[in-house]
Design a protein around this ligand. Sequence first.
Ligand code: ADP
Ligand code: MG
Length: 699
Amino acid sequence: MALVTPFDLPELAGSISALPGVGPATARALAARGIRTWGEALFLLPVRYQDRRRPTPIARLEPGRLAVVRGRIVSSGRWGRGGRLWRMVIEDHSGRLGCVWFRFKRAFLEEFRPGQEVYAVGEPTPAKGGGNLPPLQMAHPELYPAQSVGPDHPSLGRVVPVYPAVEGVRPGHLRRVMAELVRRTAQRIPDPLAGLLPPELYPLPVGEALARAHQPPPQATEQDLDPQRSPWRRTLAVNELAYFELALALLRRQRSQAPARPLAPEGKLLARFLDALPFSLTPGQQQAIQAIRRDLARPHPMARLLAGDVGTGKTVVAAAAVCLAVEAGVQTALMAPTEVLARQHHRTLRAWLEPLGVEVALLTGSQSDPQATDAPVVVGTHALISRRAALPRLGLAVIDEQHRFGVEQRLALRAKGHNPHLLVLSATPIPRTLALALAGHLELSDLPQRPVNRRPVHTELVPYPQRRQAVEAMAAAVRRGEQVYVICPLVEASPALEAQDVVTTHRNLARYFPEVEVGLLHGRMEAREQQAALEDFARGRSRILVATTVVEVGVDVPAATLMVVLGAERFGLSQLHQLRGRVGRGNKPGRCLLVPGPEPGELALERLTVLCQTHDGRRIAEADLMLRGPGEALGRRQAGLPPFRVARWSRDAELIPQLRRIIQGWLQEDPELASPRYAAVKKECLRRWGRRLGLAGAD
Ligand code: ADP
Ligand code: MG
């Protein structure tokens, strides 16, 4: 999803070039950062502040902390060999401070004479050199004669915002431009949310929040000046989240009221399917199937998310839903994120359903079979949502999104039929609050436990210097007749990074294990080659498969017991957790060896240790979220997270349950949000999200 610009309001559509001080060069520099309009510029927020409101007594200066000092010059002049330095000593009632310049304009410094009162602004550091120098000194401080400093001084007596560096624009210049922008715009930003949310959630109207962000008031507290904890940040974050949650609530209601063909078969096919399974269902699977059955029988489209960690058996539940739909006489589509996975689902469903007389067709990008779209069950990739694949009888859409698709793709597939029922399978390894927030338009079914016979994959860290151990473990597994995955972070060698690439690793291992076939699988191979490599491995023709994360999603090879991950620190924890779920799927336990690169860094090792200690996908996701943040932990596009300007899932997700309750209250009070109290909020919500989410009333 593209970045949502919350305030691309008509009021803020003015070009930044229209601001005084923004000439062509500045405008170009800002445009290079994606800033063209006033609205965009307002969201260039300070990263921190310099509190220059009052001088600090010299005795209370702290090294490394910017301060303003007011004092009298004791001495000033050239210093050192050849007079290449300029030194000054300033004194106040509490002590003495050194100032030093390594490069300087002599004429400027000569203006300052001993005895004169000055302000110096800078970061004190311990002075080297000893002698009778003051203990702290400022290098290259800003210097202002005290008698020239009035109450409106731009750099003194106030809090100064520090903006992210914009190449080609000097910080002081940027500050003046932003101050002018705020003066002209902040008070004009309408805020229909203000007054509808409690102050602890939404402390300020949005215009006021932006004004305070850019121009902290003279009485700002320490908390106000912490961009992470400030009321303005809270306001801006909640503003984004509230409109998003409202959009999801509207979407949920819209879907729950749309007409759909009820599917209420007797359940004979489902019973035959379950009877033929070689195992019995877990309680979670049973409950999920019951919920799906209830949903399908209603005259409104089902919208259910089946959330379960890797290996919790979501496919069986999906197949049960397929049986119900087929018996009810409608067509079912199952969409998978990759061709490899689509083919795997095709194989699984065929093995289960064809003995029951149900045809299962495959429709992928690399193979288009015009007949396929007539089959009662169609399995495919994105090709299914392409325009060519019309599925007119579609009654049930199952999306195995494996944390790769987002809200928008779900909607695209749905648009294919006449409000088909929707079942989304997700292993998205995120905390529950977050799952609820993201899947706000879906009902949630959890698969909390793994089927009994699956043991967690024993995971160890093998330091780079000991990586031979991993090779020995591979040799032992191969001797026992088992199979091995070797996962590499890159496709091609990158000498600069010294990463273990898949091609070189494949070559080396093929040489090392001449007695067995070593397969190669990566995303840059043709789909057909990928499929062949996977088939060879699934059939046991190749014993070792060297692969990139292509195998991450749902590949099922029961004889694979060992996974070796090279350059392990380069993967997200959740991704590694998904990966290791590929081994130990048969009756032998699985083992995973994480081999980091030569210089993984301490934090990376700490992260990998989490993985050795726990097998709880949600705990791992939380650790990942804490250590890396969701964008990185999941990959933006993979997670389908709407990228907000200010809100951060890791920090703000906890606010969502409360927001959601409040929004429910609005909709109860005024279902259409048509009253003056809510109309503007709804309008703004539709402006931001209506078209993206297909909300009724969006233009
Ligand atoms: P995922 O949730 O990761 O998609 P799968 O549906 O691929 O998991 O199931 C993982 C494995 O567990 C498959 O081999 C499947 O046949 C098996 N399985 C599923 N449900 C059960 C069960 N109730 N008892 C035993 N094995 C099961
Ligand atoms: Mg799966």
